[in-house]
Design a protein around this ligand. Structure first.
Ligand code: GLU
Length: 642
């Protein structure tokens, strides 16, 4: 690991002063060698999905059975949680290439069992220094580009990837494996291939128009003009080679070597297909932007909630502060003693209030003054809670609070509210790891949209992100999330650790764009306030109130709770409405820590095709919980952790 890829939080200011030199980027001849897939005959490999495993000695939970198996093997061979997390993430870059990989970014939360310390890595993508703040306006029309598929399928949406620096930094800080050793299983997986499932085929088909906007991407993901068949084996020899090369050279080769040249050139000159109708706007990335990239080691956010300590991601993510504020507001109410309707009413109202504050105050703290202490203070939460009517949902959008004028009493200065413009249909992935020594990693990583920018780095086997579309598309005065060169777009990613008396109780996270925040809050609320076991808390139907007139909710949530919430005035959007992204919200992974080292590793039973949670020494492997059915899984530990 080179120190230049990692800086502590205070180093942020320095990023602003760095100026890039001219790129002179050149696509290196011969990078197309190794492109291609093998849609050979099916091979069973490790397709079995296990939503819940209970046992001892370490655990891995991810959305993918191959990736979880890679992480479990690392733990079995003596690797620690960080070694396994990096190996699992690299494997997800193979099996979930539309959600995560070398071309993206993410947030890594680490609990160190020997010191009891929680630290985080902000591996968020950065905007190129030369990017103007009107970059998302189509200069030919003066109007903003349509968000999808136009803006996301572009060079202008690509941020400088942070994932390679995150992996290297994590291994350097907390790992025992070399980068080469951590990447080796994923490299092997990319070579031998994985069995295509329906989710992978469908995600490919959903991206067909975007992938075909480029001359390059279809060669890997649409061989013969079609998505790989379900049951075929998808190989990515180019990615295998890239992992092997980076293992040998270190990530410096990514940020300053030929790969950096190739990325800058692709962003400035996207290989646009002559037959596409999409505009594919070019971006501003230069090789100096890649050379200057830093993964930031920084303190987590922290709140206490009903006797637990909840740690999350500080800005550039809004995850930790918004989950934290939402829980702080809820803490003012004894929701555990309420009936379902009243408890969910409070959950939804607390969420709307915290989203109003997210919109007003959250952005990259290297560029805007984020009042984190205020937003996470009990007084501020108490004052925000004053606006909750116990019988009636507030009209949305609600106004943000005033961080300059609060005292915990019900006298907040009113400000007008505005809708959060966050878009849906984003994709990401999440993993949770614990090792035999008690170290824990919660890691959310992404390339933003499913399929990212749609732009493959030819001969390297990975897609570039479209993370910069997390900036506001159109500027509103005072917007903390305006585009600026070198800035990190505001994220919602919320990898979260919950401790009790200094010991891990729960580690959890999920993808889902801004619904990440509500899903993490809802899972904690389900587990701690609503007496659900962890598998139930994850399987339970979800609803997401992000300060919009309608609540986004899964169909089962509407069926079960719609009638109970109607008297409060909550408008649960029907599927297909503007604020309902899909039938599913999120794809979580989590581990609960019980007495005497007992681990309950949980992944989604059904969402996004279901995930895979594995423990080193299993004592019990549970079938899928049916939503709301008490599996009895963690009864004992639940009682202990109430
Ligand atoms: N880019 C999003 C964020 O950082 C995550 C996208 C997703 O979860 O699907 O908030």
């Amino acid at each position: 690991m080179t120190q230049s890829r990692t800086h502590i939080q205070e180093a942020r200011a320095g990023r602003r002063a760095v100026a890039g030199t001219a790129a002179g980027a050149m696509l290196i001849a011969g990078t197309l060698v190794g492109l291609g897939t093998g849609a050979a005959e099916a091979d069973p490999r490790y397709p079995d999905k296990t939503p819940t495993s209970i046992g001892y000695g370490g655990a891995v939970s991810s959305v993918d059975p191959e990736a979880s198996k890679v992480g479990l093997d690392v733990l079995k061979r003596g690797g620690n949680a960080t070694d396994a997390a990096v190996a699992t993430a690299a494997a997800l870059g193979v099996t979930e290439p539309y959600s995560a990989g070398l071309g993206g970014g993410g947030y890594f939360v680490h609990y160190d069992a020997s010191s009891g310390e929680v630290e985080t890595i902000d591996g968020r993508e950065t905007a190129p220094m030369a990017m103007p703040n009107d970059a998302f306006i189509d200069q030919s029309t003066g109007e903003p580009f349509n968000f999808t598929p136009e803006l996301v399928t572009s060079g202008v949406s690509v941020g400088v990837p942070g994932t390679p620096a995150t992996w290297e930094s994590a291994l350097e800080q907390w790992g025992t494996y070399s980068l080469a050793k951590a990447l080796k299983p994923a490299s092997k997986l990319a070579s031998r291939g994985f069995v295509v499932d329906e989710t992978f085929r469908q995600q490919t088909l959903d991206n067909q128009e975007r992938f075909e906007a480029y001359t390059t991407t279809p060669k890997l993901f649409l061989p013969g003009g079609d998505a790989p068949d379900v049951g075929s084996v998808f190989k990515n020899p180019a990615l295998a080679k890239t992992y092997r090369m980076l293992g040998r050279t270190g990530m410096e080769a990514f940020y300053t070597g030929p790969i950096a040249d190739e990325i800058a050139d692709l962003v400035q000159n996207p290989p646009k297909s002559p037959t596409t109708d999409l505009p594919v706007p070019a971006g501003y990335m230069e090789t100096s932007d890649l050379a200057d990239y830093e993964a930031l080691i920084q303190d987590p956010t922290h709140i206490s909630y009903r006797g637990y300590d909840v740690y999350g991601m500080a800005p550039s993510s809004s995850g930790g502060s918004t989950v934290g504020e939402s829980l702080n507001i809820l803490e003012g109410y004894d929701v555990g003693s309420m009936d379902d309707g009243a408890a969910l009413h409070h959950y939804l109202e607390a969420s709307a209030l915290s989203f109003a504050d997210r919109g007003a105050y959250l952005g990259d703290s290297a560029y805007v003054d984020v009042p984190l202490d205020d937003l996470l203070s009990d007084e501020f939460a108490a004052e925000r809670a004053c606006t909750i009517d116990e019988q009636t949902a507030a009209e949305k959008p609600v106004a943000p609070g005033d961080v300059d004028n609060y005292d915990g009493e019900c006298n907040a200065t009113d400000r007008s509210g505005s809708l959060d413009e966050d878009t849906e249909n984003r994709s990401t992935t999440n993993l949770t790891v614990a090792d035999r020594w008690g170290n824990v990693v919660e890691y959310t990583l992404t390339i933003e949209q499913t399929g990212g920018s749609g732009m493959l780095v030819p001969g390297r086997g990975f897609l570039l992100n479209n993370e910069l579309t997390d900036f506001s598309t159109v500027y509103e005065p005072g917007d903390p999330n305006r585009i600026a060169g070198g800035k990190r777009p505001r994220s919602s990613m919320a990898p979260t650790l919950v401790l009790q008396e200094g010991q891990p109780f729960l580690a959890l996270g999920t993808p889902g764009g801004s619904t990440i925040i509500t899903t993490v809050s809802q899972m904690i609320f389900n587990r701690i306030d609503r007496s659900m076991t962890l598998p139930e808390a994850i399987a339970a139907p979800r609803a997401s109130q992000r300060n919009t007139p309608e609540v986004t909710a899964e169909p089962e949530f509407i069926d079960r709770y719609g009638a109970l919430l109607a008297p409060f005035g909550h408008d649960l959007a029907a599927s297909g409405d503007q604020f309902t992204s899909a039938a599913e919200i999120g794809a979580a992974t989590a581990i609960e820590f019980g007495p005497n080292g007992l681990l309950t590793a949980v992944s989604e039973p059904t969402r996004r095709g279901g995930g895979s949670a594995l423990v080193v020494h299993p004592t019990q492997i549970l079938p899928m919980p049916k939503g709301g059915v008490d599996t009895g899984v963690t009864k004992d530990s639940k009682a202990e952790h109430r």
